[in-house]
Design a protein. Structure first.
Lengths: 117, 301
């Protein structure tokens, strides 16, 4: 049965970017910050405080989990995080919601443009 | 310098957050940055600090351990706390207040114990001494110290054979016990005489002024041994006792009918008023108790 994630939506920008950065691969905190900056082309930067505050909430909701393994040559202070299936479903639902918002926005902007013309 | 500030800011975070993410945040700070970036990270840590303490109370005590127990590289096994329970600060304060209240109530109960509440009467301790008749030297002209504290007498007035086997009387002439006795005398109900083996000079005068001392005057004849007479006289508001061939001794009142014979250890006199039944009146009696021996004497008409 398909789970309903609409009650968890909408996501905050930070949570959305974190889930989005973890969608393709497992990352540690600093890598998540870098990935978020890369996704937004440097327009949205997460600080460590905001990152770990959101990670704390996402782990509590079980949308993100912490991995027990890391590369042998990596900094032992780093921890890696992975998107869970629930988190992936929430991300998909949020993406669909945003797509609907974008589609609706485009329709309305097109109508307004025709009226002005 | 900035790293120290950053570590300090991390240390001020809630314990759960600090344990879980503190090292990782510090590792991010240790990445090569410029001074401006370091300042921005420090500012971010300060914002995070205020956010965690004001907006995230649900995470203050979340001490769930990290999901990645580190393998022991040196072969020494690692141990983790099974129950990381820590009481809330308010619970600690409540416990402290309750403990203090119970402690104060216990101290109060000890201070006002049975002797103040129940008025339990302490039984008289008897002494075992073969002879009670005083020597000629112990007269009514005893020293003031002797009159103040008749039991036990000062060492210079003790007879060589006077060695009681048991004593319940505290040491004489201490300032604190006297004030305590005065406070106890104020609390004493006059309708129910208290049993006080030790009285001060002032208390004795006050008690003797209120008692019908004249009614105790007279000559009493002891039943056994025969021909022993005890003369009770009233001199200068004090009852005096003299026996045949012996010196005159002062009687210090303890209660309405009971008197201590000053100058003799553990010697008491109790007057028993005469009773009248069917028109026949019996004479007042005198009970003399000295060192465990009791004598009864009847007043001569």
């Amino acid at each position: 049965m398909k789970e309903d994630f609409t009650s968890a939506l909408p996501l905050s920008p930070a949570a959305l970017h974190i889930l989005l950065s973890l969608a393709s691969e497992d990352l540690h905190g600093y890598a998540i910050m870098q990935e978020v900056a890369s996704q937004s082309e440097g327009k949205y930067k997460l600080g460590p405080g905001t990152l770990y505050d959101n990670l704390q909430k996402l782990i509590r909701r079980e949308w993100v989990e912490e991995l027990g393994r890391r590369p042998a040559d990596d900094d032992p202070r780093r921890r890696y995080y992975r998107l869970t299936s629930t988190g992936r479903g929430v991300l998909a639902a949020e993406t669909a919601r945003l797509a609907e918002v974008v589609r609706e926005a485009r329709v309305r902007l097109r109508i307004a443009k025709h009226r002005r013309a | 310098m900035l790293r120290s500030f950053y570590r300090c800011a991390l240390h001020l975070h809630p314990p759960a957050f600090r344990k879980r993410f503190g090292d990782e945040m510090l590792s991010i700070f240790d990445q090569p940055h410029g001074t401006a970036s370091a300042l921005r990270l420090l500012l971010d840590a300060l914002f995070s600090l205020s956010r965690q303490w004001t907006l995230r109370p649900e995470f203050w005590h979340d001490l769930s351990p990290a999901a990645s127990p580190q393998p022991a590289s040196d072969g020494i096994p690692s141990f983790y706390t099974i129950s990381p329970f820590r009481p809330r600060g308010a619970a600690v304060v409540n416990g402290l207040v309750l403990s203090l209240a119970v402690f104060c109530m216990t101290c109060f109960a000890i201070r006002y114990s049975w002797i103040h509440v129940l008025h339990v009467r302490i039984p008289e301790v008897q002494f075992d001494r073969p002879s009670w008749i005083p020597p000629k030297s112990t007269t009514s002209g005893a020293s003031p110290a002797l009159q103040k504290t008749p039991i036990p007498p000062p060492p210079e007035t003790r007879t060589p054979t006077a060695t009681p086997t048991l004593s319940q009387v505290p040491p004489p002439a201490a300032a604190a016990p006297q004030s305590r006795a005065a406070r106890a005398a104020k609390r004493t109900d006059t309708a129910r005489p208290q049993y006080k083996p030790q009285v001060s000079d002032q208390q004795a005068r006050t008690a003797s002024a209120e008692l019908p001392l004249q009614s105790y005057e007279g000559t009493y004849v002891v039943d056994s041994p025969a021909n022993l007479r005890i003369a009770i006289t009233l001199e200068d508001e004090n009852l005096m006792m003299s026996m045949s061939g012996q010196a005159t001794l002062t009687l210090a009142p303890v209660s309405e009918t009971k008197f201590v014979v000053q100058g003799i250890e553990n010697c008491w006199i109790e007057f028993v008023p005469g009773s009248g039944t069917m028109g026949q009146e019996s004479a007042p009696q005198l009970q003399l108790s000295c060192n465990g021996q009791r004598y009864s004497a009847r007043r001569q008409p």
